[in-house]
Write a protein that binds this ligand. Structure first.
Ligand SMILES: Nc1ncnc2c1ncn2[C@@H]1O[C@H](COP(=O)(O)OP(=O)(O)OP(=O)(O)O)[C@@H](O)[C@H]1O
Ligand SMILES: [Mg+2]
Length: 234
C-alpha cells in the first residue's frame, strides 16, 4: 500500500521544498519508489512553452523515474501571490477532487508520495477551502517544517493546534535552521520538543553557501527516516 505525508510549514520560505526533497532522496536511497506532489503552485516561469514552478521542478527531480510536469503539479499559476487570488485572476476555480485524483494517480504507481502545500497550513485554496482541507482530503499525515527564527514558537504551536483541530495527524516535525547564529537556538528547540505532540524527525542545519543539490543531500542526511517510517506504521 502506498504511503505518504503532507508537508506544511510555519510560513512561506521556511524550507518545505528543501525538506520534501530531502525526504524523497532519503526514501529513494532506501529503495522506495517515490513521487513529489505540488498540487497548487503560485509563482511560475514559461519554460519550453509551459508554466513551470521551481518547487515542482525540484520535487520532480527528486522523484523516482520520469513524471510529467502535470502529474507533479496539476495547478500552476504564474504570479507569485496567494494561490486563491492568482487562481481567481486566471478565472480558475481550484477543485479539490482534481487534486485528490492527481495524488491518487501518483500513489498508484509508487511507494510513497511527499506532497507540499504552499505557504502555511491555512492558506486559502478558494473562498471556501484551505490547504488544511486538501491535506485532510488526501488522507495522509502531516509533517510540519518549523523555520527556526524569532516568532517560530508561536507559528509552530498555532499550526499544530490547527492541524489537530482539523482532524489531521501531525506525524512529525522538522527543525530547519534559517539563519546562522540564531540567538537561543537550543532553547527554542527544547521548547518545541516539549510543546509539540509529535517527534522531531529532522534537524537541518544552516546551509547558506551550498548549491541546491548539496542542500538537498545535507537535508536528506539530516532526516531520521527510521523514526518517520516507524511513526507512520503506528
Ligand atoms: N537550512 C537552510 N540553509 C540554507 N538555505 C536554506 C535552508 N532552508 C531553506 N533554505 C533556502 O531558503 C529558500 C526557501 O526554502 P524552500 O524553498 O525550501 O521554502 P518553502 O517553505 O518551500 O517556500 P514556499 O513557501 O515558497 O514553498 C530556498 O532557497 C532554500 O534552498
Ligand atoms: Mg516550497
Amino acid at each position: 500500500m502506498s504511503r505518504g505525508v503532507f508537508i506544511t510549514g510555519t510560513d512561506t520560505s521556511v524550507g518545505k521544498t528543501l525538506s520534501a526533497c530531502g525526504l524523497l532522496r532519503g526514501l529513494s536511497s532506501r529503495g522506495m519508489i517515490v513521487s513529489g506532489y505540488k498540487p497548487v503552485a503560485a509563482g511560475a516561469d514559461l519554460i519550453d512553452g509551459r508554466l513551470q514552478n521551481d518547487d515542482a521542478t525540484w520535487l520532480a527531480r527528486c522523484s523516482s523515474g520520469h513524471l510529467d510536469y502535470d502529474e507533479v503539479n496539476p495547478i500552476v499559476l504564474e504570479p507569485p501571490i496567494a494561490p486563491h487570488i492568482a487562481a481567481s485572476a486566471a478565472g480558475l476555480v481550484v477543485d479539490l477532487e482534481r487534486l485528490v485524483d492527481g495524488h491518487q494517480r501518483l500513489a498508484e504507481k509508487c511507494d510513497f508520495v511527499v506532497s507540499e502545500g504552499a505557504g502555511g497550513w491555512l492558506v486559502p485554496l478558494n473562498d471556501e477551502l484551505h490547504f488544511s482541507d486538501l491535506a485532510v482530503a488526501l488522507g495522509v499525515p502531516v509533517v510540519l517544517v518549523v523555520g527556526l527564527r524569532l516568532g517560530c514558537l508561536n507559528h509552530a504551536l498555532l499550526t499544530a493546534e490547527s492541524i489537530d483541530h482539523h482532524g489531521a495527524r501531525l506525524v512529525g516535525w522538522i527543525a530547519n535552521t534559517l539563519e546562522p547564529g540564531m540567538a537561543a537556538l537550543e532553547e527554542n528547540l527544547e521548547t518545541l520538543e516539549r510543546s509539540l505532540d509529535a517527534p522531531l524527525i529532522g534537524s537541518v542545519p544552516w546551509l547558506g553557501n551550498e548549491s541546491m543539490e548539496e542542500r538537498i543531500g545535507r537535508a536528506s542526511a539530516s532526516m531520521n527516516l527510521g523514526l518517520l517510517l516507524h511513526e507512520l506504521r503506528n
